[in-house]
Design a protein. Structure first.
Length: 233
């Protein structure tokens, strides 16, 4: 299966910095059939040129257009040539996006034929209660999501590992990805403090098809380095 290396810029970098980032990526990254690079920049950068990588929205509302002040919607994304979207990131769930809203968004963008990176992950409290509790929480986060949709990629991002500088242990990632693999044959990503030092080990864990990277991807040199690591892993 193709490796997917995705960068989530979250609400970081200016338009000038992202322009420079994409310019470097467009001239320095040699795409290969084995690697797919996706960048999820802030919405204001979704109109920039992406030649050898894919651009995706970090979030959008499930409507074509209309009276939805402050929201990105389908027609706007399509007009920019965007057909990737991330849904369910824990930072959005923490802002109040519940499973019903996420399921509605998922179904809407699935019907529109988008490729969807759908994020799930447990909090520290649940992790400390053990594997059964974690699996239950992840199953709830997958409720209503069509796991047979071939445009779907699932990103397992344990909340306690995000932005902490310490990724989950390989054995923990392996057991969760094994659990997810029983549910789907689609690509499974790991996210949470992935960087150029731990990426190779993470990509070699069974059932890990790629990574979703936050802070370590904010510098283009680092992202390029990680794309190289993924080519060799
Ligand atoms: P970090 O790589 O900064 O831990 O962020 C991970 C993440 O939330 C990607 O979506």
């Amino acid at each position: 299966m193709k490796r997917i290396i995705a960068a989530n810029f979250k609400s970081n970098l200016s338009i000038q910095e992202i322009q420079q980032y994409f310019k470097t990526l467009n001239s320095s990254f040699n795409p290969s059939k084995d690697i797919e690079a996706i960048i999820f920049p802030p919405a204001f950068a979704l109109n920039l040129e992406a030649i050898n990588f894919n651009l995706g929205a970090q979030n959008a509302y499930g409507a074509k257009n209309g009276a939805f002040t402050g929201e990105l919607t389908l027609d706007g994304l399509v007009s920019l040539g965007i057909n990737y979207i991330m849904l369910g990131h824990s930072e959005r769930r923490a802002m109040g996006e519940d499973q019903k809203l996420l399921t509605d968004k998922f179904n809407f963008y699935k019907d529109a034929g988008f490729k969807i990176v759908y994020c799930i992950g447990e909090d520290l409290n649940t992790r400390q209660k053990g594997q059964d509790n974690i699996e239950y929480m992840l199953s709830c986060q997958l409720e209503g999501i069509d796991l047979d949709y071939n445009g779907l990629t699932i990103a397992y991002e344990p909340i306690w590992a995000i932005g902490s500088g310490v990724s989950a242990k390989a054995s923990d990632i392996e057991s969760i990805h094994h659990f997810l693999r029983q549910k789907t044959n689609l690509a499974l990503l790991y996210g949470g403090s992935v960087n150029d030092s731990n990426l190779k080990e993470i990509l070699n864990i069974p059932d890990v098809n790629g990574a979703l990277i936050g802070s370590a991807a904010l510098k283009v040199e680092n992202f390029l380095k990680m794309l190289e690591i993924a080519k060799e892993a």
